[in-house]
Design a protein around this ligand. Structure first.
Ligand code: AMP
Ligand code: MG
Length: 372
């Protein structure tokens, strides 16, 4: 693995082949690494950094050319806006319209949940280039709760636009190794901060112009948000305004590259999903140890099994979800059967990702994608 001294601090000579088939990976807890990465961001480079949700592919949010490179590296469609990461909540007024930045609900949520896995979508100021927000008049803002992310943003001295550090439509990365495998030298530098604690993307809510709308369930339970600011409006996939308000909710998100179906091993009507035919390699994603036992009683044998949380706890399951899907994806399987997860608390975010993965694989039985 390249060492810190090997890392190219200045831009690569485009006439020469890249020095690394993989990007340099530096230890995130080293102040020297942070200084190199911050300099790279300021110079228009792409730096991958750990957050408590998933790894982010970061660029200076005020530099439209750097942000364009993020879209290119991810092969992300231009209609899908990026979240802007801030070192602390005091910067909200610099990037959001005063009327939204002064909304007392913003102060309340920021005080209660930032740093943390909550993104607030507010009307943007002109300083944020349109490419960041995919042309929308609003911008998603978040203060991440990871010491490496915060040290990097502070050292760079600029807001950092960062989507998840994976190619569009692929699984989100929760370890530096996932990023290296997925993006390679499309990025300039990776800061390794170990596995992500929350493991699932942030909860996104729209508070612009007095609204209170859930755009994406994620690492902060909506029940906790509603306890602070009251009931949230929920968008249902396929409803007329959903695509317009939450453009990133394409069905093919979060997809492993292997067909995935959701099936409850205790449901006799789903029994066929658990039957393994000769020569077939089937993986099972269990919600709990009990789910695994039920699936093994219903069918199998499975070529690979991942248990999200032994006790079926949603926080543990969210933290394991992408790791487990990455492992199953690497296990040379013909298909994956996933046990549904209860739709409350963080379980909603887990089920949201599983439903999308199932839908991407053509399993359309699991509509609508979000219920309550
Ligand atoms: P990620 O891929 O984790 O960076 O998440 C970005 C997602 O946040 C997008 O796909 C949108 O769903 C949501 N988002 C970010 N900014 C906005 C915005 N201005 N308006 C609506 N949704 C947004
Ligand atoms: Mg993403």
């Amino acid at each position: 693995m390249p060492t810190r001294e090997d890392a190219p601090i200045r831009g690569r000579d485009p006439s020469r082949p890249p020095a690394w088939p993989a990007p340099p990976v530096l230890p995130g807890d080293d102040p020297g690494s942070i200084a190199i990465a911050a300099e790279r961001l300021r110079a228009g480079g792409l730096v991958v950094f750990p957050t408590e949700t998933v790894y982010g592919l970061g660029a200076n949010a005020l530099d439209a050319r750097a942000v364009a490179r993020v879209f290119a590296a991810k092969e992300r469609p231009a209609f899908d806006p990026l979240i802007v990461h801030l070192a602390d909540a005091s910067a909200v007024g610099t990037y959001a319209e005063m009327e939204d930045a002064d909304d007392p609900r913003v102060a309340r949520l920021a005080a209660r949940f930032w740093p943390g896995p909550l993104t607030l979508v507010l009307r943007k100021r002109a300083v944020i280039p349109g490419i960041v927000t995919a042309g929308l008049p609003t911008v998603g803002l978040r203060v991440p709760d990871h010491p490496v992310a915060r040290a990097l943003i502070r050292a760079a001295g600029v807001p950092v636009a960062a989507p998840s550090a994976n190619r569009f439509g692929h699984l989100s990365p929760t370890r530096a190794a996932h990023v290296v495998a997925g993006l390679g030298s499309r990025v300039d530098l990776v800061l390794d901060g170990g596995p992500c604690r929350v493991g699932i993307e942030s909860t996104v809510i729209l508070l612009a112009a007095g609204r209170a709308t859930l755009l994406r369930p994620g690492g902060l339970a909506i029940e906790a948000i509603e306890a602070e600011i009251g009931r949230l409006e929920v968008l249902v996939d396929g409803a007329p305004r959903t695509a317009e308000l939450a453009p990133g909710r394409a069905g093919a998100h979060y997809a492993p590259r292997i067909p995935l179906v959701l099936a409850n091993p205790r449901d006799p009507e789903a029994a066929l999903a658990f039957v393994v035919r000769p020569g077939e390699r089937v993986g099972f994603l269990a919600a709990s140890a009990a789910g695994r036992a039920a699936a093994e009683a219903a069918g199998g044998p499975f070529a690979a099994v991942e248990v999200l949380d032994a006790n079926g706890d949603a926080v543990g399951a969210a933290a394991r979800l992408f790791d487990a899907l990455h492992s199953l994806q690497a296990a040379d399987l013909s298909r994956i059967v996933a046990e549904p997860f209860p739709d409350v608390g963080l379980g909603r975010a887990v089920m949201d990702r599983l439903r999308r993965a199932a839908r991407a694989a053509g399993d359309v039985r699991e509509e609508p994608a979000f219920n309550r």
